[in-house]
Design a protein around this ligand. Structure first.
Ligand code: FEO
Length: 399
């Protein structure tokens, strides 16, 4: 596989990490890519690099186009090491190249690599002319870190968006339209991975993302292609921009998730009864055992679910450790516009459900109802659980 030309003089020169299965805790079951782009037009610019260990893949692709020693500008859209991990190798080849980044980006790069490079900091509206091509910079803090920016190729109308609009997906294809259509069957693998990526990486910043997209729309920036630094390049940018607007605003579907762990199946019995009550009321319900399902997959489902019902047994007067770990992860992502409810069981003294409620409340979420039973549910308890499912379904339908 060689470099790919997105437009005349604009090349993908990134790397494919087929075997990545863990991206700082997020399970990447389909691998990942680190997309770098080379712009050759009079002067030469490299936009982003690749994770440490993949520098030679990138350099080999660059060498098929130009001598890397000819690079004039290295644009660092984002400090995080999956994009900047090969910067020092590039800068050893082109020590005089100008490194272009935001002010925050410069601070981060100096912390990682020292202050000897020829830095130029930019903000929204600043431009760099490369012969007939103009690079327009957009500061996009919190897409994904405070330092983030995007680089827009004005004449080609291509947005090099770094983390924004990305997906963790290793493929021999480079464009979203090819991933399914060339396989000869209907699928939406790219959007599925984009949702998982947004939920696990960008969900806390939804409001900022919506404002930034609206700001860019007001600037009248026409986008024909979005080339992120992870995964497939979007030839149909409207599809992913609209999805980001929906997700950022916290739009949901009529969907309930029941997420639990269990010690001796008592909490599980309750969970199944809640599922039955909600399903019989005609809404989509999914049951997840926290110990058996990958957390990043559960979080992907949380993104568009309207109601989240959390179940925990009691252990040592508190919530079950797996529930605690999952809630720490989920609360950090601050899902919006959800209906919350809780349930669980205990043997001696109780406290598991109370601890779950306190965790939710400390993040600003108020459960609409909580059920806690001693040892195992009797007939009355099961009726209560079924009724909770019905109640949640009814709230979801009327929301
Ligand atoms: Fe792909 Fe925030 O790094």
């Amino acid at each position: 596989m060689t470099n790919i030309e997105l437009a005349a003089g604009v090349y993908w020169v990134g790397a494919i990490d087929w075997n990545l299965r863990d991206f700082h805790g997020y399970t990447t079951s389909r691998g990942a890519t680190y997309n770098a782009y080379l712009i050759v037009e009079g002067k030469i610019a490299l936009v982003d690099t690749v994770k440490h260990g993949f520098a030679d893949d990138m350099l080999d692709r660059i060498k098929e186009i130009i001598d890397p020693a000819k690079i004039d500008y290295v644009i660092s859209n984002h400090v995080e090491m999956d994009h900047s991990g090969s910067l020092s190798k590039i800068m050893r080849i082109v020590p005089n190249a100008q490194v272009i980044c935001t002010e925050k980006g410069k601070e981060g790069l100096i912390r990682h690599f020292g202050g000897n490079w020829n830095y130029r900091t930019v903000k929204t509206g600043d431009e760099l002319k490369l012969g007939k091509k103009t690079l327009f910079f957009l500061s996009t803090p919190m897409m994904h870190w405070p330092d983030n920016m995007m680089t827009y190729l004005k004449e080609d109308k291509i947005l090099l968006s770094n983390d924004g609009f990305g997906q963790h997906l290793a493929s021999s294809f480079r464009f979203d339209e090819n991933v399914c259509s060339l396989m000869g069957y209907e699928c939406d693998t790219v959007m599925d991975e984009a949702a998982k990526y947004y939920a696990n990486i960008l969900m806390p910043f939804g409001s900022i993302i919506v404002k930034k997209i609206e700001e860019v729309q007001k600037l009248g920036v026409e986008i024909k292609m979005i080339a992120p630094s992870h995964g497939m390049i979007w030839k149909d940018p409207g599809k992913i921009i609209n999805a980001y607007l929906r997700w950022g605003k916290g739009e949901t579907k009529q969907k309930v998730l029941v997420i639990y762990d269990t010690m001796w199946n008592s909490t599980e019995t309750m969970a199944k009864e809640i599922v039955k009550g909600a399903a019989d009321s005609g809404v989509e319900v999914t049951l997840f055992n926290i110990r058996k399902t990958d957390w990043s997959e559960i979080v992907k489902e949380v993104l568009e679910a309207k109601a989240i019902v959390i179940g925990s047994p009691t252990l040592n007067n508190g919530m079950f450790p797996t529930v605690g770990g999952f809630l720490t992860y989920l609360m950090g992502l601050r899902p919006k516009n959800k209906i919350w409810a809780t349930f669980g069981s205990y043997g001696w003294g109780g406290g598991g459900v109370k601890a779950v409620n306190e965790k939710l409340k400390s993040t600003g979420y108020e459960p609409v109802e909580s059920i806690e039973v001693n040892f195992r549910s009797d007939e009355q308890d099961l009726l209560k659980c079924y009724a909770l499912g019905e109640k949640i379904a009814s709230m979801v339908k009327s929301s």
